[in-house]
Design a binder for this molecule. Structure first.
Ligand code: NAP
Length: 311
């Protein structure tokens, strides 16, 4: 049972919107588990108010905050120091306040790497990785894989310039090799997957980082040569709602080992919890809270859909 008093430490979430976030449930369950006098509060911060909100972390003595869409890049310019992952990815998802000094971290990529090890038993060092997409999540994953010792990342993205930009970032700033693979053209012209066959012949890990397949775009999936997958491939789709996308289903049918984005969400939170508190995160407690909240959110969406049908 949460009791707020004069000694309560506050951390929270800056995003816009924040009403669907699963993070408050995850972090408050962890504080509750340890009996810590801490609370995690969501704050809906408009883009024009972000610098004031970050200044308020100092002014109000918050322990720290998570930062989510659309603020991750802007937050990187508002803190006093950046971790290597935050500096390289140009994005901050966690701010730690140490006596008024604000340190910006990016635990998204670290969360991905931790989940990969925990769920798939796969280390970043195990082999080259193919990344589908080149947005913020792809950048966090590519940077974390590179900083964790991945030998090579290959990026395929609808907009080739963004794939090239991410590949250049990795190649020029880390010891990891990086290259670009052409995104498949329109189906009606026929897709030549020969280059993909060569890449999938040597990668162990495929990471799907586009929003295709995410609720409510559940019918969509990126073009992909599923027949080239086999039991040696680990596929991670960063989408977690629904828990099994069409893309994941086809990868599973092809024999690959498949994981959704829930592990990354959980472990980025666990890493942030540890940065703020210095205490090992109670990962199973946080996982249960996430699953419960996601179930409630799905039920609410279904109820709204049913209401719409009745009107
Ligand atoms: P983002 O910065 O907007 O990037 C989106 C990426 O998807 C871009 O590469 C974009 O390609 C591509 N894309 C979008 N629509 C597409 C389409 N119709 N066809 C082909 N490619 C398309 O978004 P983000 O922040 O990286 O987030 C991406 C996904 O990751 C979301 O589903 C988000 O929920 C998920 N995510 C999960 C976690 C987790 O903890 N599990 C954490 C972060 C993000 P272009 O460059 O061509 O536009």
């Amino acid at each position: 049972m949460l009791k707020i008093n004069g000694r309560t430490r506050i951390c929270g979430l800056f995003g816009y919107p924040v009403d669907h976030s699963l993070s408050p449930a995850m972090h408050n369950s962890a504080f509750d588990y340890y009996g810590m006098n801490w609370a995690y509060v969501p704050f809906a911060v408009r883009p024009e108010d972000l610098s004031g909100a970050v200044a308020a972390v100092r002014a109000l003595g918050l322990a720290g905050v998570n930062v989510t869409v659309p603020h991750k890049r802007a937050a990187a310019g508002l803190v006093d120091s950046l971790s290597p992952a935050a500096r390289l990815s140009g994005a901050v998802n966690t701010i730690v306040n140490s006596g008024g000094e604000l340190a910006g971290h990016n635990t998204d990529g670290e969360g991905f790497v931790r989940a990969l090890e925990e769920e798939a038993g796969l280390q970043a060092t195990a082999g080259p990785a193919l990344i589908l997409g080149a947005g913020g999540a792809a950048r966090a994953v590519a940077v974390a894989l590179a900083l964790s010792g991945s030998p090579e990342v290959i990026v395929a993205n609808r907009t080739p310039e963004r794939a090239a930009e991410l590949s250049d970032l990795i190649r020029k700033n880390t010891g990891c090799a990086a290259s670009v693979l052409n995104w498949p053209g329109p189906q009606e012209r026929g897709v030549d997957y020969r280059e993909w066959a060569a890449v999938l012949g040597r990668v162990r890990l495929v990471v799907q980082t586009t929003p295709l397949g995410m609720n409510p775009r559940e019918k969509e999936a990126p073009p992909f040569p599923f027949e080239l997958l086999n039991g040696g491939h680990v596929v991670v789709d960063l989408v977690y709602n629904p828990p099994l996308t069409g893309f994941m289903g086809r990868c599973l049918a092809a024999g690959a080992r498949v994981f959704n984005g829930m592990g990354m969400l959980l472990h980025q939170g666990a890493a942030a919890f540890e940065l703020w508190t210095g205490v090992p995160a109670p990962v199973e407690v946080m996982r249960n809270a996430l699953m419960r909240s996601l179930g409630i959110r799905r039920q609410e969406a279904e109820d709204r859909r049913q209401e719409g049908v009745r009107e």
